[in-house]
Design a protein around this ligand. Structure first.
Ligand code: DUC
Ligand code: ZN
Length: 460
């Protein structure tokens, strides 16, 4: 079947222009003026009106945690609800974190994640693999992962999934051999453990102790250590969910030494600050994530870095828990399951508070949500660009509207919305997933079409 999206403005990472988009089956056939489309037989195609709208390549969220066991509970969103919510928010591909649980091989971890996801997804999906135990056989398996489309990995410097410096270095060396890349959760776990012990001894068990025991220095120190390890191992790395200026400065210093460092941040770190942990009652628990929310100055730094290209991607770190689950830690802040929902609102938030507010251009929005993650995670140019031959993953975003984010209206399987009551000025009107109009008038009309992503090596 042929379809034509008419009258919109096509946004790319390097410029925007009015154009019609002709789709044949799952692919984009042509992008051009109405007369060019006519020459290609666009007249006979099913027309979709996008007059006055921006057309973005389907957004890619390279940081989700669906169906993950955390702190004695399981995330509220599984792959069914999570990817449906993602799709509604304009995200046509997610990359979740498959995890090697204690005693498992990477193959077992991957098998578990396929079982959780296969047949349930509403958008395309892939996995990074979190390596938590390093043995000679795991070292061998890294190549098998690469061969199966798992071309990116994840390491934690904190939590019970953490790996020590020697292990990080060995893994980085191995990734250099196979051409893989890893994202790293950077926080100094020893400093955090000692601060948590102090807070508990002093009876400071409330949620305010969460940011106090995970200071920005803990993040900056771990970033610095990682980057020195990566310098000697001679490989690029990805610093995931950067929250603060202190960490940003360390990354810039490494780049000045000549290192290749990729950086991701998330909407919550751009738009929320640590005053939320002082809300009355148990409200503050909803905003517990790690690293924690920071200060206004940190947000300003992150926004500037997005626009000047020194931060390359915005993902969500979607890791959702209901308010009931959050209450597991009401008497002890170390027991609050960490993470927030966000997969449904990333695009409209970035448009409203980024593009419409004049902080970033729409081309930057395209780069950080689509083009750069596609390149970094081996999906480009199949994904990440509206161009002939690419998958017809297209977001039709209507601007100049007024909408309000509410929990009552969301697909995310959570009874609260972190951005409850926030007014947005753009809405995701339609979303095409490989040529199928899967979202119409803001509602998912074709769920369950997600397919496992074929990924190559990083190319950013
Ligand atoms: N941070 C969170 O808050 N939750 C899940 C994982 C992470 O890094
Ligand atoms: Zn995460």
């Amino acid at each position: 079947m042929r379809q034509i999206i008419k009258g919109g403005t096509v946004v790319t990472g390097s410029g925007s222009f009015p154009a019609d988009v002709l789709i044949e089956g799952e692919k984009i056939l042509a992008v051009g003026t109405p007369s060019e489309m006519e020459r290609l037989g666009g007249e006979e195609a099913v027309a979709v009106d996008a007059e006055g709208c921006l057309l973005f390549p389907g957004f890619i969220d390279a940081h989700t945690h669906f169906d993950l066991h955390v702190a004695g509970t399981v995330t509220a969103d599984d792959f069914a609800t999570g990817t449906k919510a993602a799709l509604r928010g304009g995200t046509t591909s997610i990359i979740d974190f498959g995890t090697q649980y204690p005693g498992e091989s990477l193959a077992e971890g991957l098998k578990n994640w396929h079982e959780k996801a296969d047949g349930k997804c509403s958008c395309d999906y892939g996995f990074h693999m979190s390596i938590t135990e390093w043995t000679p056989s795991v070292c061998e398996e890294v190549q098998d992962m690469m061969d199966q489309g798992i071309t990116s990995f994840k390491l934690y410097m904190t939590y019970d999934t953490q790996v020590d410096d020697e292990t990080i270095f060995k893994i980085l060396r191995r990734l250099k051999e196979v051409g893989g890349i890893t994202g790293v959760h950077c926080e100094n776990s020893g400093m955090i453990a000692a601060l948590q012990e102090e807070a508990k001894k002093a009876g400071r068990l409330g949620v305010e102790s969460h940011p106090a025991t995970r200071p920005d220095a803990a993040e900056a120190e771990a970033i610095g250590r990682l980057l020195r390890l990566a310098e000697v191992a001679d490989v690029p790395v990805v610093v995931v969910h950067l929250t603060c200026k202190a960490g940003y400065d360390v990354i810039m210093e490494a780049r000045r030494r000549g290192q290749r460092v990729y950086t991701e941040t998330c909407p919550q770190y751009l738009l929320m600050d640590d005053s939320l942990y002082s809300l009355p009652g148990t409200e503050g628990l909803k905003y517990v994530c790690a690293p924690p929310l920071r200060k206004k100055e940190d947000q300003d730094c992150l926004w500037r870095a997005l626009e000047d290209g020194t931060i390359q991607t915005v993902s969500t770190d979607h890791c959702s828990f209901t308010t009931g689950q959050k209450l597991l830690g009401k008497d002890d802040f170390t027991k609050i399951p960490g993470g927030m929902p966000g997969v449904e609102t990333r695009g409209t938030l970035l448009y409203t508070f980024g593009v419409d507010a004049g902080r970033i251009s729409k081309e930057t929005m395209c780069r950080v949500l689509s083009e750069n993650p596609a390149k970094l995670y081996g999906l480009y140019p199949k994904k990440g660009v509206i161009a002939p031959g690419s998958d017809a993953d297209i977001v039709i975003l209507r601007t100049g509207v007024s909408d309000t984010i509410t929990a009552a209206d969301q697909i995310q399987n959570v009874d609260y919305a972190p951005f409850e009551g926030t007014k947005v000025t753009g809405c995701i009107e339609r979303v095409f997933l490989r040529g199928t109009q899967a979202v119409k008038d803001g509602q998912v009309v074709e769920p369950g079409l997600g397919r496992f992503l074929e990924r190559g090596k990083y190319e950013l």
